[in-house]
Design a protein around this ligand. Sequence first.
Ligand code: NAP
Length: 320
Amino acid sequence: MIERLGAPLVEPIFDELAIVGVGLIGSSIARAARRRNAARRIVVADHSVAVLERAKALGLGDVVTDDPARAVRNADCVILCVPVGAYAAVGRVIAPALRPGTIVSDVGSVKSAVISALEAALPGHARLAPAHPVAGTEQSGPDAGFASLFVNRWCILTPPEGADEQAVTKVRAFWEALGSHVEIMGAAHHDLVLAITSHVPHLIAYNIVGTAADLEEVTRSEVIKFSAGGFRDFTRIAASDPTMWRDVFLYNRDAVLEMLGRFSEDLTALQRMIRRGDGDGLFALFTRTRTIRLGIVAEGQETAQPDFGRRAAETDEPVT
Ligand code: NAP
């Protein structure tokens, strides 16, 4: 599946876009915004010297700085792309530098906690329009980003009560320009939906890979040699960034625990079916789950190709 961005916009959506945190998501936004002419000027900031050097080398911004406050000074839109646990601190740093009316958005994988942190930190004259692009890979850092990351993926906007409609409309237009489909929902509902579609699956992957790593009866080389039996696909997810995922579980605790409770009950039911030799029960469940996968393929969120069909989509465009 080759995913392509559309032609550059005639009129940019933003005059100056500031991106704070220029890792996988921030650098992909910078690349895509540049490619689509979604902003006249792009300023990127990060606290890591190594990341800033790569951002300069990759030409990710017209200005590259280690000072988030300087980055947002002239921006009409700021997108914060830092780990979930860092939004409060970054919000406090940029708050005094924001011009009245600046749109402040984010890409956090957890919405309720990030919105609370930003509402507490930002001045009343900032226009908060939170977002979560449901697109990513198991990699991190500016070299891992690519312009077509968001094409044909969903971006969920979770405007808080009283959010400025014009700001939300502009942020929607921006994500659509980057190739995303946009859906609007409440932050609490987002956190519950993502707990089951993303957070618990990551936890299961981390757990099964950890269990395999600890097994004494099966050697490490056997685990690697025979990984194509299913384990390999879990290792891809379990290779995801430890900082990002630590924060997701710390800041979406309630929704994750709720979904994990349901998961555990269903796992116990499966365990019972195996113990009782209930082949019909197992067959019925596996038939039902197969249709979910077919539905995801039918909606264009995945290809039917083996190996998740991911490679073609991700190597479609050069890294810069
Ligand atoms: P990433 O590749 O690790 O990038 C995050 C960047 O932010 C890093 O360069 C990090 O530098 C920098 N940073 C951290 N704290 C900072 C601070 N206080 N000030 C300035 N820069 C700071 O992570 P990512 O995958 O792009 O994730 C960023 C956000 O996107 C997270 O909120 C995540 O929940 C969300 N998200 C991720 C995905 C995904 O699949 N990865 C998908 C959708 C949304 P250091 O590494 O040096 O600390």
